[in-house]
Design a protein around this ligand. Structure first.
Ligand SMILES: [Zn+2]
Length: 145
């Protein structure tokens, strides 16, 4: 219980004190925070862990939005009232592309993950636009013969 990660016993700490598992700062055991794995951490390290967990969820959410856009595009094949799902797939692709190439995600996602999320989002937009290709080609003046 009163051991740090290296296995050295904190025999000199009083019973009501504990060492932070991350930074080894002495914390009051009665007011200590706990990490996800149940270790006692100081307030500062608990905040850092909260922020890290939140950022990981945001990155996972952006990847999910990229891959989920393929499903949005596929919905446009089944039902597409007012081109709703075609428009949604394009808007979703733009949101993903803008986000993952912005400064916040660039710091927190690898280049490979950003490329994969972008490719999935673009694929979703292509799938979503395919059912209305005749309309799109007519808009730019290309006939489908
Ligand atoms: Zn700490």
């Amino acid at each position: 219980m009163n051991q740090d990660v290296a296995g050295h016993p904190y025999t000199t700490l009083p019973a009501d004190k504990a060492a932070c598992a991350r930074c080894a700062a002495v914390v009051d055991a009665a007011r200590a925070d706990y990490s996800a794995s149940g270790d006692i951490v100081c307030t500062r390290c608990a905040s850092v862990q909260d922020i890290e967990a939140t950022e990981e969820r945001a990155v996972a959410g952006m990847k999910a939005l990229g891959f989920g856009n393929i499903a949005t595009g596929a919905l446009a094949w089944l039902l597409n009232p007012f081109f709703l799902f075609s428009i949604a797939s394009v808007v979703s692709a733009l949101v993903v592309l803008r986000a993952v190439h912005g400064p916040w995600y660039r710091q927190r996602m690898s280049a490979r993950d950003r490329a994969i999320a972008s490719a999935a989002a673009i694929a979703g937009a292509v799938v979503g636009l395919y059912p209305i290709r005749a309309l799109l080609f007519a808009l730019v003046g290309i006939g489908l013969d």
